[in-house]
Design a protein around this ligand. Structure first.
Ligand code: BG6
Length: 522
C-alpha cells in the first residue's frame, strides 16, 4: 500500500476558503519597483535545454507583461553555427511549446541575436566584445551587460576566464556587468571553493548572481512574509510547539535527456544541496532585523551553520536512498533509471532521498526536519509541513475514541499554491463529537495582477541588482560542509548496492520511506 492509500483519519469536507483584498496596484508595480536599466543579456549555452525551456519563455513572457527594460537585446552564444534567423526560429518553437501566445513574437524576436562562439577561443570573446559594442551603438542608453551561464558547469571556468581576459567582466563608466551562475555550484566543498576562485578571478562578488529558481517561487518567497509579518506564528514556531517539519519535492519526471548530467549529480547534489536547503532555511531561520538582502541571507547562513552532521553519514536511519525501476507514471509505462539514455546499466546513482536533518540550535533542538525528494513519484508535489505537538491531555477521551490529530500547517508550493491549517472542531448537531477541519488560503485568491514564474522573477532581480533571492558563497560552502561527508560516505560505502532501494516508477519511493511520506503527503 502506498502512503497515499493509507487509511488516514477522516477529514471532513469542511473547508474555509481564504479571502484576500486585491490591492489594485497598477500591473507594473507588481513587476518591478523601479524601471529596469537598459541592458544586453548574453546567454552562453543558447542552444541548450535551459535556454529553450526556461530562459527564452521567461524573457518573452516578461516582454508581454512590459517587464523588460527598454532597450534590451538578447544575444545567444553557443558552439553550434546558426544564423540569427535559425536561432530566432528555434526560440519561436520554444516559446510555442511553453504555451505563450505568439501574437507579439515578431517584436520580441527583433531583440534576439546569435553569435557562434567557441568557449575556449579568446578571439571569439574579442569578437563578442565588438558585437556588443555595435549593438550598444545602435540604441542609446545601452552599456549594461548581463552574462548568463546556461552551459554545463564544466564550462564555467573557461567562460569566466575568457570573459575576464577579454576585458568583458570590467565595469566601465557607471555601467554594470553581472554574471548569472546556475546551480550546481560545485560538486563538493573543495570544488565549490575552486569554482568561487575562478569566478572571482574575473568578477567581483557583487557582480555574481548564483541563481536557484526555487528561491524565486512566489510561495517560497511568501514563507518569510507569513512567518514574520504575523504575530500568531512566531511564538509557536519552535521546539516547544512543533513536533516535526516535513519538506517534500516529489516529481513525476525521470531524468529524460539529462542522464549524463544526472549520473554525475544524483538527487542529493541536484535537489538537496540547493533547493531543499533553501526551503529548510526559510522555514527555520530567525527573523532578521530588516527585510534586506544581506541581513536575510545572514540569517539563512546561520541555519546552515547549525546543521548537525549525520553521525553515520554512510546511512544509518537518517538517510534512505532509492533508485527508480521500470513502472507506470501518469498512466504510461516508463523505463527504469538504468535504462535511461546515457545512464550506466549498473548505476548506483540515487534518484530518491529521504533525509532527517537536525538543526542544532536553541529554537529547533530535537525537532526532526524530514527532507524528501525523488523522481518518478506518483505526483508532482512540493510542500512544507509544520506538524504541531499533540494536545498534552485529551479531556475528550470519553467521547472521542481515537487520538486527537495534531494541528498541521501546510505551505503548499506546487501544484496547490495555498496555505492550509487543520484543526479540530465540534461536529455540529446533538451528538457531541470532534471533527477535523481544514482552513485554506489559496495564494492567488482575489489577486488580478501579473503572475511571475520563478525564472522571470530571477531574471528581473538580476537586472534590478537585487540579491535577496540568490545564493551567497558562504551559504553554498556551509551546505557543502554538511552534504560533502554524506555524499562521500555514500559513494565510498562498499555496501551501497544493497542500501540503494529500488522503487517502481509511479510509487512513493522505497517502502522504507513510506512512514515519513505518509505524514508529508497524507
Ligand atoms: C532543477 C533540477 O533544478 O529543478 C531538476 O535540476 C528538477 O532535476 C527541477 O526537475 C525541479 O524544478 P521545478 O520548478 O519543476 O520543481
Amino acid at each position: 500500500m502506498s502512503p497515499i492509500e493509507r487509511p488516514t483519519p477522516p477529514v471532513s469536507g469542511a473547508l474555509v476558503t481564504g479571502r484576500a483584498p486585491d490591492l489594485g496596484l497598477p500591473p507594473e508595480t507588481c513587476l518591478f519597483e523601479r524601471p529596469l536599466d537598459p541592458c544586453i543579456l548574453v546567454i552562453f549555452g543558447a542552444t541548450g535545454d535551459l535556454t529553450a525551456g526556461k530562459l527564452i519563455p521567461a524573457l518573452y513572457h516578461l516582454f508581454l507583461r512590459g517587464g523588460l527594460p527598454d532597450p534590451c537585446f538578447i544575444v545567444g552564444c553557443a558552439r553550434t553555427p546558426l544564423s540569427r534567423r535559425e536561432f530566432q526560429e528555434r526560440m519561436a518553437q520554444a516559446v510555442q511549446e511553453a504555451g505563450w501566445p505568439p501574437a507579439r513574437w515578431l517584436d520580441f524576436s527583433s531583440f534576439l541575436h546569435y553569435l557562434p562562439l567557441n568557449y575556449s577561443d579568446p578571439a571569439d570573446y574579442l569578437a563578442l566584445g565588438r558585437f556588443l559594442e555595435n549593438l550598444e551603438k545602435e540604441r542609446p542608453g545601452l552599456g549594461n551587460r548581463l552574462f548568463y551561464l546556461a552551459v554545463p558547469p564544466s564550462q564555467y571556468p573557461v567562460v569566466c576566464r575568457e570573459l575576464g581576459l577579454a576585458g568583458l567582466a570590467a565595469e566601465k563608466e557607471g555601467r554594470w556587468v553581472r554574471l548569472v551562475v546556475e546551480k550546481p555550484f560545485g560538486r563538493d566543498l573543495a570544488s565549490a571553493r575552486e569554482l568561487n576562485q575562478v569566478l572571482h578571478a574575473s568578477f567581483e562578488e557583487r557582480q555574481i548572481f548564483r541563481i536557484d529558481h526555487f528561491m524565486a517561487k512566489e510561495t517560497v518567497q511568501n514563507i518569510i512574509m507569513l512567518r514574520f509579518a504575523n504575530a500568531i506564528f512566531e511564538p509557536l514556531w519552535n521546539r516547544n510547539f512543533i513536533d516535526l517539519v516535513g519538506i517534500l519535492a516529489a516529481e513525476t519526471v525521470g531524468v529524460g535527456r539529462r542522464g549524463a548530467f544526472y549520473e554525475e549529480t544524483g538527487v542529493l547534489r541536484d535537489m538537496f544541496q540547493n533547493h531543499m536547503m533553501h526551503l529548510l532555511a526559510v522555514t527555520a531561520m530567525e527573523p532578521p532585523s530588516l527585510f534586506e538582502a544581506e541581513r536575510v541571507r545572514d540569517e539563512q547562513l546561520k541555519v546552515f551553520r547549525s546543521l548537525k552532521p549525520l553521525s553515520h553519514p554512510e546511512f544509518g536511519e537518517d538517510l534512505i536512498l532509492g533508485q527508480y525501476v521500470r513502472g507506470r507514471v501518469e498512466d504510461r509505462e516508463v523505463p527504469g533509471y538504468r535504462e535511461e539514455p546515457q545512464v550506466r546499466p549498473d548505476s548506483l546513482t540515487p534518484t530518491f532521498a529521504a533525509l532527517r536533518v537536525m538543526v542544532d540550535n536553541w529554537r529547533w533542538r530535537g525537532v526532526p526536519f524530514y527532507v524528501v525528494s525523488g523522481k518518478r513519484l506518483p505526483v508532482k508535489m512540493t510542500r512544507i509541513l509544520i506538524q504541531f505537538k499533540e494536545v498534552p491531555h485529551s479531556l475528550f477521551r470519553n467521547i472521542h475514541l481515537g487520538k486527537i490529530a495534531p494541528n498541521r500547517l501546510i505551505l503548499g508550493i506546487y501544484p496547490e499554491e495555498k496555505i492550509t491549517l487543520t484543526f479540530e472542531t465540534k461536529n455540529p448537531g446533538a451528538v457531541v463529537c470532534l471533527r477535523q477541519v481544514t482552513m485554506e488560503f489559496p495564494y492567488y485568491a482575489d489577486y488580478r495582477g501579473p503572475l511571475l514564474a520563478a525564472y522571470e522573477k530571477g531574471l528581473m532581480d538580476v537586472m534590478q541588482g537585487d540579491r535577496m533571492l540568490f545564493w551567497r558563497q558562504d551559504a553554498v560552502e556551509e551546505c557543502w560542509s554538511y552534504f560533502s561527508p554524506i555524499i562521500e560516505g555514500c559513494e565510498r560505502c562498499p555496501d551501497l548496492a544493497s542500501r540503494l532501494h529500488p522503487y517502481a516508477a509511479g510509487t512513493w519511493g522505497p517502502e522504507k520511506a513510506w512512514p515519513v511520506l505518509a505524514r508529508l503527503v497524507g
